[in-house]
Design a protein around this ligand. Sequence first.
Ligand code: NAD
Length: 476
Amino acid sequence: MYPELRLFIAGEWRKTNRDMPVINPATEEELGRLPCASKDDLDDALNAAERGFHIWSRTAPRARADTILRAATLMRERCEEIAHSITLEHGKPLKQARLEVIRGAEFFEWDAGEAMRTYGRIIPAAAGNKFAVHRQPIGVVAAFSPWNFPMSQPARKIGGALAAGCSIILKAAEETPAGAIHIARTFEDAGLPPGVLNLVFGEPEEISSYLIPREPVRLVAFTGSTTVGRQLTMLASQHMKSVLMELGGHAPVIVCEDTDVARAATLGAVRKMRNAGQVCTSPTRFFVHERIFDEFTSTFVTRAAATVVGNGMEDAVEMGPLANERRIAALSELVEDARAKGTNIATGGARYGHRGYFFEPTVLVNAPDDARIMQEEPFGPIAIINRITSLDEAISKANSVPYGLAGYAFTNRADYIDRMVDAVEVGNLSINTLEASMPETPFGGVKSSGCGREGGSEGLDNYMTIKNVWHSAKLK
Ligand code: NAD
């Protein structure tokens, strides 16, 4: 079920002399060897993407949309095969992998529709003059996608670029290459011209530092940590390239006293453990009103502790392993720091089992403000539940981190919702649901969570540039 691992450059699948292992995080077994791109491979990808841009940017939007839709249909047809690859390389339960494939196809379907709506505008002018604003594809995109959603993260970048008329060189995550390889195969089968989509792997820093300064690259699109996003933004700015940055988050959940406590706590515990918490919008810092704190905490802890952890290939499993071994060390350090500062570890807190990169579903209660985990994104199955006495206190704590990606609240009080809409510093605020975005809604962050939006009618903006045309009827 696991595909052959190759680079995809100029419409051809390529092996190289250097490679690296891809590991199943549930079993620690090697799934395959991933070719690493050399500078020559990257030069070939740049040349191919330049030629691809020439063809694709001149292709009618409807024809672009048709190709994207054909590829999305193939993704749906191949859902089972793609989902199996994702579970093998990432570890998430198979049913979550299937949902991810469908979500990836939905991103493409949305972007295909938007390809036909990249309208410009006419600006009123004096007689004999016409001002017209054209939106044009920005050029070659250098994109970098992470390992937490092996299929839907590459889909976001490829969908936006191709819908706008750009060509793209994507470096997908080396831990989880199969999701992007399956996407490239569907586009090959859907008839995308060679060079429009190129896929490379290798040493991330080596690839980004080579690609970003190169002439044809006009946009750097990255999803990953704030630290790496900042480095790539600095490099891009030295070469005056645009950036689209989807970075870390540390989502607050404000639980008000009027909510249905048992339902909110159960939903919170289930959503927190989805994808083993490796989601930039994962609900993490629960600020719970003192009147309902005890009931909320005990229901949440009971449900979190009952999470079925194991190999995502097994039916009953709710939570798989972490993506790689270094995440276990990172999470353990955060828990130990919180424990040393007086936090109650209500459940979990350590590696789970001896084989595979599993971590226990973990709930920390009453973590002090100076615990590292109150500022640093855990990116794992760890929830923090802290007591608050008022909405003002909750909002102030929600905003007390450098991040501002997703935020959540449980309440039916219109006055509370009104205050939070104005005051919570995030790009995506969800009330009474822990879903953060849909293909048709714009997704992205404020503060250190990045800049630019993916999805929604704003989703192609970063992939396009504006040209104003002034046409004078007479030579002046
Ligand atoms: P990391 O920052 O080292 O890597 C994150 C991703 O960026 C990986 O896919 C990696 O291949 C890529 N990357 C790293 N250095 C790069 C470079 N110089 N050029 C181009 N790409 C580069 O972190 P990690 O240990 O793999 O993951 C942990 C952290 O990453 C988490 O704390 C989380 O904040 C972040 N992360 C965020 C998302 C997201 O959806 N926003 C997804 C995955 C990881």
